[in-house]
Write a protein of this length. Structure first.
Length: 441
């Protein structure tokens, strides 16, 4: 008996390939008829990609767009897409597109994607989960012998972390400012040349809405709502509207020692009250509304001088444009009152106003039916972070799935998500693709 155990142990230890094959068995159908992706294969792709651009000192990912590591990851992904039977191309914005033709011609594609670039010292899951789940869907369709009516496209968008560069190129929305900005020390044109592309053709990356039937993206939540509620899947109802303002408070510079308190026009004291007011007001309104003051600077900025001017930013987000507008109006009124009380002036400047991107009801419905069929615990929720999906939503019906971020941590080497949750999202995405393939014209 003991010898048999020892023999078995020896067998397990000496034949890792056999063990691997047993674990990775391809996509399959459950007794209830529901399709399942291959969790081991998906995990193995995630682990492989996580080795490209990993900082051995911190365990963090340094795979910023256009870097050496990004180039290596792009090559690895392209060969994986080709091996899965997709026709691979790189569009003029550097987006990697793997395409499987459908059985019927003239149909828009069901597009599945995300990004593989990371922030410096980012995590292994942000973006990678979406792209590699998409690849797993195509592999699973192959295993199950299913050829959809619609073409399927697996897309990895260029430089998501640098401001949705690739997905905005699909809209033709890259501005002069985008082109004049630096990407890892180079202008966009140079960065694109580094990918072997002709920057003069950048505008040709634009896509016609008729080319897309729908867009679906799996992403890590980057918050801790799902974890706190013990859920595996978030059905994204939409990506929040986001406003960013710069507030300038103008006072009167003066000597910190000789100016009596009653005689001051102190923009710092006023700004401090305003910053507090942002949190107060946002908490009072509640719901999904979030507001942040992330930057503040004083001029001249000397310890012994009452500042002449203080500038700070307000980042405020909500799924509803109406709620957001109400909150901003409330803040403007409060800031104006504080300015009068403090004897200073307040000036608002809009830095950006990004409209909300609601999920398409038909796509959300398919995702809801799919997640319910498997019985994976889930909830509907907004996305507080921006994603490529918010760009593509302007071209095609959009839907997104979130998987829990352990501890709510992202953009950090500590970012983590359980593989079983990613596999659950893979199943839901696979089934939703099949539902949409049957339903969409
Ligand atoms: Zn991301």
């Amino acid at each position: 008996m003991r010898m048999m155990v020892a023999l078995l142990l020896l067998l397990t230890l000496t034949s890792p390939t056999t063990a691997q094959q047993v674990r990775s068995r391809g996509a399959w159908r459950g007794p209830d008829g529901l399709p399942h992706i291959d969790p081991a294969r998906l995990e193995s792709s995630l682990v492989t990609l996580a080795a490209i651009g990993r900082d051995p000192a911190t365990g963090g990912m340094v795979r910023t767009a256009f870097s050496e590591a990004d180039l290596e990851a792009r090559h690895w992904l392209m060969s994986g897409l080709a091996a899965a039977g997709l026709t691979v191309r790189v569009d003029p914005a550097g987006n990697i597109i793997g395409r499987l033709e459908g059985t019927e011609s003239g149909k828009g594609a069901l597009v599945l994607g995300s990004h593989i670039d990371t922030v410096p010292q980012g995590g292994r899951f942000d973006g990678a989960v979406g792209v590699l789940t998409a690849l797993e869907i195509v592999r699973s369709l192959g295993d199950l012998g299913i050829r959809p009516r619609h073409p399927i496209e697996v897309v990895s968008f260029t430089d998501e972390e640098g401001g949705l560069v690739g997905s905005r190129a699909w809209l033709g929305a890259l501005t002069e400012a985008d082109r004049a900005r630096e990407y890892g020390g180079r202008l966009l044109a140079e960065a694109l040349r580094g990918l072997g592309l002709d920057p003069a053709r950048l505008d040709e990356a634009r896509r016609n809405p008729s080319e897309l039937a729908a867009y679906l993206e799996v992403h890590i939540e980057q918050g801790r709502l799902l974890e706190r509620e013990g859920l595996q899947i978030g059905l994204v109802e939409g990506i929040v509207a986001l406003d960013e303002y710069e507030i300038t408070v103008l006072g009167q510079a003066n000597h910190a020692g000789t100016t009596r308190m009653a005689d001051r026009h102190d923009p710092m004291a006023a700004a401090a009250r305003m910053v507090g007011e942002v949190r107060e007001q946002v908490r009072r309104i509640g719901g999904d509304l979030v507001g942040t003051v992330g930057r503040i600077e004083a001029r001249p900025g000397a310890p012994n001088v009452i500042p002449a001017e203080v500038r700070f930013t307000v980042d405020i987000r909500d799924p509803s444009r109406l709620v957001l507008d109400g909150a901003i109006q409330g803040l403007q009124e409060r800031f104006a009152r504080i300015a009068v009380e403090e004897g200073v002036e307040v000036v608002w400047r809009t830095l950006q106003r990004i409209p909300p991107a609601p999920a398409d009801p038909r796509v959300l419905q398919a995702l809801t039916e799919a997640v319910t069929a498997y019985g994976y615990p889930h909830r509907v929720m907004p996305s507080g972070a921006g994603h490529d999906a918010q760009s593509v939503a302007q071209l095609a019906p959009m839907g997104m799935l979130f998987v829990p971020s352990i501890g709510g941590v992202s953009h950090s080497p500590a970012e983590a998500t359980r593989y079983e949750d990613i596999a659950a999202a893979g199943d839901v995405l696979l089934q939703a693709v099949l539902l949409l393939d049957g339903r969409f014209p």
